[in-house]
Write a protein that binds this ligand. Structure first.
Ligand code: PM9
Length: 459
């Protein structure tokens, strides 16, 4: 039974018009963009579920905070307001702001990763994966097997397989692992949470081997709310207390603030180690900006300071996770297979199962992304072989991800129940003509992060 749609814990004060352009115009727009939805004009999109990153609605308090922005080059009041929030919520010794999450990853990889070294995680997301590869490193995904089974309703499908982690460290040797990570929630694997029990076990293993432990914290607040809902012993703790417990396990974290800090731009890099912090600052100054603004305007720092607290609000989190659960349930009713249970920030349609006749090298999830736009002007994002297949430099063989997914990411505080109903109804229409849909081939693809700029042709 579909859960009740949660009433939004806000009302709408500003609106932004959206429109569905005619079918022929959608067809022409697809062709012009080389069938890559990243290359389309946003004005040609009706409902945009490409990403929940930087696409949410800021609150009245955040807009007010923008006006307080102190644009001093060094030591701005905005920095100190952000520092007070970051220290309070995360509790690391040091931090720098960055312009977004990948900038924090780049700095971390520049400071720690040498060619040939490995960085284990449950699953790295695309930019983390690419930043490690860009330094000659090897990202390694050690998520539990249940993560690859879309129907398995394990409550913490983002967990790392601790036995695999130990075996991996023993196999490649500690000296070849400059840092270990975990992504909360696990975006590449369905927005699934990691339990506190698993986080403690991960921290224990990394500590035992002397490997610095970093959390990719893009959606930490959603992860902590799942812990509160699903993990015994946490039901009476606040999400903020759970977050403090989680970060106390790690040596640092990198975070795209465009997700759970509900800002349009921004990121954070936190560390405990003094020497690493010095190196981080030097790298930051070279690439981003002075350590008290890190590539952002003072007003952005203020919006982030407010958004960090709003992202922890439990009424908001209940509504947010209720919204994704509602969409997932509507799709299940329509017979559309999705990763179960629903993720925190989006619903992941199992495109490989919608189009079983399209092989992974003809990109079934890309085909579904194109159909969703063609049918209803809706933009999702492929999380499958376009994004994650890679050529192994040692064996010269292509490796394909285990699942071909179309992610429908829900921007924060942006769309309503009727928008989500429209998405579910549109997917149901595509399902009824699924057998006639064909795959795609590349006409252009760069080596790293190819999903952003690749072009395709229908087969
Ligand atoms: N995630 C997302 O849509 C935006 C880029 S890909 C369309 O999910 C994690 C877990 C992320 C993430 C971005 C980043 C990078 C790091 N870790 O986009 O650079 O999901 O702020 O963050 C995107 P930035």
């Amino acid at each position: 039974m579909t859960p009740t749609y949660p009433p939004e814990p806000f009302r709408i004060k500003v609106t932004e018009p959206i429109r569905l352009i005619p079918r022929e115009a959608r067809e022409a727009a697809l062709k012009e963009a080389g069938y890559n939805l990243f290359l389309m004009k946003a004005e040609d999109i009706f409902i945009d579920l490409l990403t929940d990153s930087g696409t949410g609605a800021m609150s009245q308090e955040q807009w007010a905070a923008l006006m307080r922005g102190d644009e001093s080059y060094a030591g701005a009041r905005s920095f100190h307001r952000l520092k007070s929030a970051v220290d309070d919520i995360f509790g690391f010794k040091h931090f720098v702001p960055t312009h977004q999450g990948r900038a924090a990853e780049n700095i971390l990889a520049a400071c720690l990763v040498k060619p040939g070294q490995y960085v284990p995680s449950n699953m790295h997301f695309d930019t983390t994966d690419a930043n490690i590869r860009a330094r000659g490193g090897r990202p390694v995904n050690l998520v539990i097997d249940e993560a690859h089974d879309p129907g398995n309703r394990h409550p913490f499908k983002g967990n790392m397989d601790i036995a695999k982690l130990r075996a991996f460290i023993e196999k490649v040797g500690v000296k070849n692992i400059p840092l270990g990570m975990v992504t909360v929630t696990n975006n590449a694997g369905g927005g699934q949470p990691v339990s506190m029990e698993n986080l403690k076990a991960i921290a224990k293993v990394y500590r035992e081997y002397g490997i610095p432990f970093f959390i990719d914290a893009a959606r930490y607040a959603e992860n902590c709310y799942f812990i509160k809902q699903r993990e015994p012993g946490y039901e009476n703790k606040s999400v903020k207390e759970i977050a403090r417990e989680m970060f106390a396990l790690a040596d640092g974290m990198c975070m795209s603030a465009k997700k759970d800090a509900i800002v349009n731009i921004g990121g954070l890099l936190c560390v405990n180690d003094e020497t690493l912090f010095q190196n981080v600052k030097n790298e930051l100054i070279l690439r981003e900006g002075f350590p008290t603004y890190g590539g952002l305007a003072g007003r952005d720092l203020d919006a982030m300071a407010v958004g960090l607290y709003e992202g922890l609000d439990e009424d908001y989190l209940a509504y947010r996770l209720g919204q994704t659960a509602y969409l997932a349930s509507r799709l299940t009713e329509a017979g559309i297979p999705t990763i179960q249970p629903a993720g925190g920030h989006g619903v992941y349609v199992n495109a490989g199962a919608v189009f079983p006749h399209i092989p992974n090298y003809e990109f079934p999830a890309q085909a579904l992304a194109v159909e969703l736009y063609r049918e209803g002007g809706i933009r999702g994002v492929e999380i499958g072989s376009v994004m994650f297949a890679y050529l192994d430099p040692e064996t010269n063989e292509w490796h394909y991800p285990k699942l071909e997914l179309l992610r429908l990411a829900i921007p924060r505080r942006t769309y309503t129940q009727s928008h989500l109903d429209y998405v579910a109804d549109t997917l149901a229409k595509i399902k009824s003509r699924a057998a006639s849909v064909r795959g795609y081939k590349f006409t252009y693809a760069p080596e790293l992060l190819r999903h952003f700029t690749a072009r395709f042709e229908p087969l």
